[in-house]
Design a protein around this ligand. Structure first.
Ligand SMILES: [Zn+2]
Length: 251
């Protein structure tokens, strides 16, 4: 989604998420889209082996391996374990990414799982800055609310967009109506963000920002937890989100 604020053009900060194909169509398309890829030779750079892939080939691998709608499930309470979830439909992919947390229950224990966008360069040590945000338009005229309308796929006036947490989000969007005499009427609509996780560039994780970070601000660490963790706390556990206030763990 592109929008502008203050009359100045803003760089694109979000991508509108729209409905995908039917399940049957997606399966049919997937079968015909699978292509074999050639084996790659190994070359050497300064004595170290390397394999170079073209971006088109990597995109083809993603199709072949059914990873177009892949999502990472992150279990921070289990020593930062990750699982790969291969969604088949765009709707499932969007649903997985647009909830703050899922709770997986096993043996009467409930484990919070956060979801992250997967990409081919996924690094378990650094969470992606991309997420799905719910936005709404409190002052949008009702005629623009129709489902699959001119520019929104609405659900009760709310829309899901893909955003980069390190970018500034647009505060408003302009809608225009061209009259028969070519005159253009315009109206600015305020954009309201329902839930957007924070991002910490020190810990490289979603859930808190630098102002709330115990690594940047150790004085913020709850005093009652210091005693509990005494003797067990290492430099690594100082970065362990178990002992950190996150968006997920907040009530
Ligand atoms: Zn942090």
């Amino acid at each position: 989604m592109a929008a502008s604020a203050g009359g100045q053009p803003l760089k694109e900060v979000g991508r509108l998420v729209t409905s995908g194909p039917s399940y049957a169509n997606s399966l049919r398309q997937k079968k015909s889209n699978i292509k074999r890829l050639p084996l790659k030779p190994i070359s050497y750079l300064h004595g170290e082996p390397q394999v170079i892939w073209e971006v088109e080939e990597v995109n083809q691998m993603i199709v072949n391996e059914n990873l177009e709608y892949a999502v990472i499930g992150s279990f921070r309470l289990l020593s930062n374990k990750h699982v790969l979830i291969r969604a088949t439909l765009l709707e499932d992919y969007v649903h997985l990414l647009s909830k703050p947390a899922f709770y997986i229950t096993q043996n009467n224990w409930s484990f919070p799982m956060r979801t992250l966008k997967w990409d081919p360069m996924f690094n378990p040590e650094e969470e992606t800055t991309i997420t799905i945000a719910w936005i709404s338009f409190p002052s949008l005229p009702p005629n623009f609310f129709w489902r699959r309308g001119c520019f929104f796929t609405c659900n009760g006036g709310r829309v899901k967009v893909e955003v980069d947490l390190l970018n500034d989000f647009p505060k408003r969007i302009k809608i225009e109506m061209r009259m028969n005499n070519e005159e253009i009427m315009e109206k600015w609509i305020k954009i309201k963000y329902d839930y957007v996780p924070k991002y910490c560039q020190t810990c490289m994780i979603q859930g808190h920002n630098e102002e709330q970070c115990f690594v940047v601000h150790p004085e913020l660490y709850p005093k009652e937890k210091v005693g509990q963790a005494k003797g067990r706390r290492t430099e690594r556990s100082a970065k362990n989100p178990i002992a950190r206030k996150t968006d997920v763990m907040e009530p």
